[in-house]
Structure formats: C-alpha cells, structure tokens
Design a protein around this ligand. Structure first.
Ligand SMILES: *[C@@H]1O[C@H](CO)[C@@H](O)[C@H](O)[C@H]1NC(C)=O
Ligand SMILES: *[C@@H]1O[C@H](CO)[C@@H](O)[C@H](O)[C@H]1NC(C)=O
Length: 377
C-alpha cells in the first residue's frame, strides 16, 4: 500500500493508528481520484483589473486567524496573551499567531476588501464576512496529512470540507448564480508546507522511510492534489506560497543550529529544493488543458524573508534570530503565554514574534515586498 495525500481523520486513538499505519506503509504518494473538475465559469476569462470579491485562505498558522481555538487537544493554539497584544480592536488574542495582524488581514486590507479575515470556525460570522472571505487555515497543518495528524489539527482535506459547507452558505445568502461567481472570481491564498519539512520530516521520526528528495516529491504531489481539488470546487485564481528559509527560524536555530544557533543549512536547502519543485508543478498546471481558465501564481517567500533575516537593520529590526516572546529561544504557542513568558518591550524591533511567526511589523514588510513583486491578485 502507498500513503496517500488524504488523511484518515478521526479521534486520538485512530490518529495513533494512522500514525502506526503510516510507519508501516510504503512511501509513494498516489494521487487520490478527485472529482471531475467543474466546467469553467460562464465568465470564461476574468479581467485582471476586476477586484476579487473575496479573499479565501487555506493553510497553516501564517494564515490561521483562529480556527484552532476550539481544538483543545492541540498544542498549536494561541488564543491567550501576549498573542494579539497589538491587535487593533481590543488587543484580543483571537488565535492569530502574532502580536497583531497577519498575512491575510494585511492582504485583504491592501486589496480594499476589509481589515480582517475572520476564521471560519468558532466565530459568529455575518453575511458580509462570508461574502468577502474567510480563513479555513489551521496552524500546524501541512500538505502531508500526517503533519496535521501529529499536531492534532485540521488537514487540508478537512479545510476543503469546510469550504464545501461555506459554498452552501454563500448560495443561501447570495443565490446560486452570484455564489458561483464569487467562488470562481475570488482570490485563494494557500500557505503551508513549511511544517511538513521543519516538523514532520526533520524533527519527528515518522517520515524517516523517505529520503529528502522523495519526501519533497510526496508533498509536491499532495500540493498538486489540493490545487486540483480546489479547482474542481470552482476556484480559479490561486496563489500558492512556497516555504520560507526554515533553517533560519529561531526555533530551528535553537533545535539544530549548534552552539551559536546559526541557520541550519540543510533545512534551508530542503526549502529551496521544495520551492523549485513546487514552482515547476504550478507552472505546468497554470492555465493547462487539465485546469482550463486557472490562473495560478507561485509566491516566493524565501527570497524576501532571507534578506530580512540576513540584513535586519536595513528593515529597522534590531533582532532577527530570537522571538520577541520570553527568552526568544523556544517559546511558541502554548509556551508563549503571559504566565511564563512576557513579550519584549518593543515588538516592532523584532522580526519574529515567537520562535516561528513574524511580528506584525515583520508581516507588513514581507507583504509589501510580495505585493510589490506579484501585484495584489
Ligand atoms: C475583544 O476584547 C474586548 C475587550 O477588550 C471585548 O469586549 C471583545 O468582546 C473582544 N472581542 C473578541 C472578538 O473577542
Ligand atoms: C500563469 O499564467 C498567467 C497567464 O494566464 C501568467 O500571467 C502567470 O505568470 C502564470 N503563472 C506562473 C506561475 O507561471
């Protein structure tokens, strides 16, 4: 048997079983037969000048605005101080993995859509919230379903299930025709994959049956499956982010960077290899006969972030190798809390908020560079 890109789901015990099975199984990823792609929308080509009616987010903590709050068995939560201390309305810890706004909020604001992209789960959403876009992302998730299972968070397939439900809500609010138009013209931003490499592959023993090259092939195959499924559900305009320089994350410096906490060269090389394979695949799928009418973008996070890590002073940062929370050496999610770890005095001087996520200032600068390079949509 081969391990597929589709998680088995289920509770704690079955997760454990899944994990055991995953260990026993052979290693190639077979594309699961997905539903036949939906026909292209009536508006066959979307004029580039038309602003997408909604921004819809899939992926991990970079774009999770609180979906994990209800997952009390998971370590990957942050709905408590000091998270959110600089979040504008009420300084709330909403479940965003930073001190303030995150990537989706910043992009939605720049697009002129709205200030904040709410989480789909656990919040009271207005019709307007649904019409202008939500986040299905789950911190700790990966394209590899095992990554989500190890962290007890939502898989990418779980996120697609929620999207299916969301489409039903859109139809009830806006009618079938308008809902189909929103689905086909909205911008979909997908940010995940770094936890597959940083956590599942390099930190846990559970994918040791793969060598790096074959694991990268596997997660790119999972990414491709995800893109095809999302297209099959009606999405056309997809921006898919690559991995950041995971070897220079404060957490990975502490774990594997040796005595002086240098960047872990092997981890960065893995991100570079993964990004090249992912970009190649996205270019093949973009507007192809298999996905007609699709407009796919590969978003390079690696280059701008590496520059910010290597030349922090050029961006106004004083610290780029420690998180702002606590000692900055290991605090992330549950270990970054106001009982044991206070925030640094001035987060705007830190690139990193905790050992894995940027400060709001960091995200603002990163997004400005990305928008400058790729446009808003
Ligand atoms: C945010 O915090 C304020 C109090 O500071 C509270 O009144 C409000 O309900 C909170 N909002 C959310 C979304 O939690
Ligand atoms: C995808 O195709 C569009 C044209 O439809 C092009 O502008 C864009 O650069 C392509 N994306 C990639 C990643 O090659």
């Amino acid at each position: 048997m081969a391990s597929k890109c589709t998680g088995a789901g289920g509770g704690g015990a079955s997760r454990y079983l899944v994990l055991l099975l995953a260990l026993l199984m052979a290693s190639s990823c077979i594309a699961s037969p997905s539903a036949a792609p939906a026909p292209p929308p009536a508006e066959a080509t979307i004029p580039r000048s038309t602003r997408p009616p909604a921004l819809i987010l899939f992926g991990d903590s970079i774009v999770d605005s609180g979906n994990n709050n209800g997952l009390t068995t998971s370590m990957v939560r942050c709905n408590f101080a000091p998270y959110g201390q600089d979040f504008p309305p009420g300084h709330n810890a909403t479940g965003r993995f930073s001190n303030g706004k995150i990537v989706g909020d910043i992009l939605a604001t720049s697009m002129g859509l709205k200030q904040y992209v709410p989480a789909y789960l656990g919040t009271e959403l207005s019709d307007w919230d649904l019409l202008t876009g939500v986040s299905f992302a789950s911190g700790g998730c990966g394209f590899d379903p095992l990554t989500s299972e190890l962290a007890s968070v939502l898989t990418m397939d779980d996120q697609l299930d929620m999207f299916e439900e969301y489409k039903g809500k859109l139809e009830r609010i806006a009618g079938a025709q308008r809902a189909a138009y929103i689905v086909s013209t909205s911008l979909y931003l997908v940010v995940t994959g770094s936890d597959d490499l940083a956590n599942t592959y390099f930190t846990t023993p559970f994918r040791r049956d793969y060598d790096l090259e074959s694991y990268i092939q596997y997660i790119v195959q999972c990414a491709t499956d995800f893109i095809k499924k999302l297209y099959g559900m009606g999405a056309r305009r997809l921006s898919i982010a690559g991995a950041p320089p995971i070897g220079c994350m404060p957490s990975q410096r502490t774990l594997a960077g040796g005595h002086d906490r240098g960047c872990v060269a092997l981890y960065n090389q893995a991100a570079v290899l993964y990004n090249a394979a992912l970009e190649k695949e996205i270019k093949l799928l973009n507007g192809s006969a298999e996905l007609p009418g699709s407009v796919l973008k590969y978003i390079d996070l690696y280059t701008p972030l590496l520059d910010m890590m290597q030349r922090p002073a050029a961006y106004g940062f004083e610290v780029a190798n420690l998180g702002c929370c606590g000692t900055g050496l290991f605090e992330v999610t549950l270990t970054c809390n106001s009982y044991t770890a206070d925030a640094c005095r001035d987060p705007s001087k830190f690139l990193f908020w905790d050992t894995y996520h940027l400060t709001e200032t960091g995200y603002n600068i990163l997004m400005a560079k990305i928008i400058d390079r790729y446009g808003l949509w």
